[in-house]
Design a protein around this ligand. Sequence first.
Ligand SMILES: [Zn+2]
Length: 235
Amino acid sequence: MPSWHCSGGSISALFQYNFSITSKSTFPKLLNYPSKLIENAVEEISKLPGIGKKTALRMALHLLKRDEKQTLHLSEALTAMRTKTQYCRQCHNISDDTLCGICTNPKRDESVLCIVEDTRDVLAIENTSQFRGLYHVLGGIISPLEGIGPGDLNIDSLLNRIAEKQNTDAAIKEIILGLSPTMEGDTTAFYLTKRLKSLNVKITTIARGIPIGGDLEYADEITLGRSIVSRIVYE
Ligand SMILES: [Zn+2]
């Protein structure tokens, strides 16, 4: 079995090939792969967002060049991530177990629920260390243009979650709408507010306004206008 770590032979030919494709005149020869296995790898890598064939080939050759163990660890990590992660049964955040670490943390305030679009928003809010409540991940946002309606999102499970806990010690008292200030975000917030109305919970939304360190004169009219309408008592 050939070793890809040896300095001579096929591997050095490959890197010469890699070098040659960086020159504009020879780049269109990308289809002439020296190996079917590399071609398959490039094909798969280039399916990732923002990765073209040229970058994919560079990555494939890099994975061949570095220590075999490191490349195998990457492959194992990707397989484990894909096959073993799941969505939290309660909040739909990505989790290693049936319930995620946030839902099972006894120090979190279960009376406050922050509604977000996806896991990236959970990470962003967690990184602020300012929120100690729980989350509910919708798994998307209402977008008629992309054909995403309320039925495609984790909205029924949200309503059930609130209803089940009503009149118990674990009752949810406040819902924070942590959605992006876009047309889709506002549509989703409006829809949720209508559905949540009958459940007797306080509904709040994250503040919108001038960013910290931002210059007032450079703020757009909508943001500045919203900041004035939503002004707060100075402390
Ligand atoms: Zn959870």
